[in-house]
Design a protein around this ligand. Structure first.
Ligand SMILES: [Zn+2]
Length: 234
């Protein structure tokens, strides 16, 4: 290639680079404006093999599981550790975790007790993804009235998650969550390792608006009711 041809090629590239850059940035910003992340319902429909046309999620899961899931399996990686004692297939807990992990906009959790670290970690990861997470629990199980084995509440608060507690002689005995104001998970399941691996428990996952909406309202009512009182010093 002669010097003249090299010079001509360099000139062409220099002249064309501005329009090409402009076209690429225009196309990119147009794609970004039109891009809509898939909704939680879409994600769960795909995961549970529900036809996307149904636009509704209805699923029931039962416990106990045969064990806790392997952390590598949970993060979508192959586990090659022959000494790993975690479970490497879908379980009822991984189905519950899939709701938390797929949450995009908000997560409201109202449960009597949280001592299962897999669920505690999933809430923290959700919070770290930028999803607002709110937790209501019973004060007896918040770890504030003394050490409680495996209690996750201190860990959640340390991570920056908003936790409010119910304090009275009666129990805050709910076990439900609402994800993205469109999916409800409700049942007998306490968020403990004993419930995962020992107890006979059930959970219903639904996006039926007639069921989800009352839980959205009840969570908000309890959230306001359990707002910490300001301490007035004389
Ligand atoms: Zn493993």
């Amino acid at each position: 290639m002669t010097i003249a041809k090299i010079f001509l090629l360099a000139t062409c590239i220099a002249v064309a680079s501005d329009p090409i850059y402009h076209i690429i940035t225009t196309l990119f910003s147009k794609w970004r404006r039109n891009y809509k992340p898939r909704s939680l319902i879409d994600v769960l429909c795909q995961r549970y093999n529900i036809p996307p046309s149904s636009k509704n999620v209805h699923k029931v899961i039962f416990f106990p599981d045969t064990g806790l899931p392997c952390r590598r399996f949970l993060s979508g990686h192959a586990c090659k550790d022959p000494r790993c004692y975690g479970v490497h297939h879908e379980t009822s807990l991984t189905v519950l975790l899939s709701v938390i992990n797929s949450c995009l906009h908000s997560l409201d959790v109202c449960v009597y007790m949280i001592t299962c670290s897999s669920l505690g970690n999933a809430l923290i990861e959700c919070h770290e993804r930028g999803v607002p997470v709110r937790v209501i629990t019973d004060e007896r199980n918040s770890g504030e009235e003394g050490e409680m084995t495996g209690c996750q509440i201190g860990k959640l608060r340390a991570a920056g998650i908003n936790v409010r507690c119910h304090s009275s002689s009666f129990w805050m005995h709910h076990k439900f969550l609402v994800a993205d104001i469109e999916v409800l998970v409700n049942g007998s399941f306490n968020w403990t390792n004993q419930a995962v691996m020992g107890n006979f428990e059930n959970l219903m996952i639904t996006s039926d608006k007639d069921l989800v909406h009352p839980y959205v309202e009840e969570f908000q009512r309890l959230w306001e009711k359990f707002e910490p009182k300001e301490v007035v010093v004389d």
